[in-house]
Design a protein around this ligand. Structure first.
Ligand SMILES: [Zn+2]
Ligand SMILES: [Zn+2]
Length: 226
């Protein structure tokens, strides 16, 4: 909750009129758009960065020693369990390297444990320090040829939809099913209309790709040309 007093203090600290709560002195700040590097302080009030590209006074000073400061990295497509560690172990190992947010589809754990696997994954996500966001697995099993046993229909995943770490429906790998109007697939797509739906449609082009997009799917990590 940001009060009027706190917001005023943020503005004045950003403008350099009052000390910030914390100032990280003397860092080389990377601009991830331009690739440029700027020597600067980073001023913080409460949980907000209020100033960069300048030099600040603060109640608490941390010497940056000219080290690089970069924004937290976001891994936009990940199956944590494919790294063969639990989400909390992944958090412990990867967060120190600068990845602060991951967008996950827990479909490999769901292929084995079904909805119970997703429930466990979400419990871990709540406890992690890293921001673990979850897209709910759309294709368990991934194909009809898989024999791991678990199967998730819309009723199995819908109950997790409003969990605070859930952001949408995970990669829709069954693109033939989308285009064929498979009723189970259509039910899942209908449930997530207006929300986020990830894609996975290798080699799909032209009007069939348009058909896939018309389902409301907005991403695809299976790029085949650059
Ligand atoms: Zn994937
Ligand atoms: Zn994929």
């Amino acid at each position: 909750m940001i009060t009027a007093d706190l917001l005023t203090r943020m503005i004045k600290a950003g403008a350099g009129e009052v000390p910030a709560d914390v100032v990280i002195k003397n860092v080389r700040l990377l601009d991830v758009i331009s690739g440029g590097v700027t020597h600067t302080d980073i001023a913080i009030v409460a949980d907000r960065i209020v100033g960069t590209h300048g030099y600040y006074n603060g109640t608490r000073l941390i010497e940056g020693d000219n080290r690089f400061a970069v924004p937290g990295f976001v891994d936009t497509h990940l199956h944590i369990e494919s790294s063969l560690v639990t989400p909390l172990e992944f958090d412990r190992c990867v967060l120190p390297h600068g990845v602060t947010t991951v967008i996950c589809d827990p479909h490999e754990i769901a292929n084995v444990l079904g909805a119970e696997g997703i429930r466990y994954f979400l419990e871990c996500a709540e406890r992690a320090i890293m921001d673990i966001r979850v897209n709910l697995s759309s294709c368990v099993p991934a194909t009809e040829h898989e024999t791991s046993g678990a199967r998730l229909e819309i009723a199995d995943i819908e109950k997790f939809r409003h969990h605070k770490q859930v952001i949408g429906l995970a990669e829709m790998m069954n693109f033939p099913g989308v285009l064929a109007g498979d009723p189970g697939i259509i039910d899942k797509l209908v449930a997530f209309q207006g929300g986020h739906i990830d894609g996975h449609a290798p080699l799909l082009t032209d009007l069939r790709l348009n058909g896939y997009l018309a389902a409301g799917i907005r991403t695809d990590h299976e790029a085949t040309t650059a």
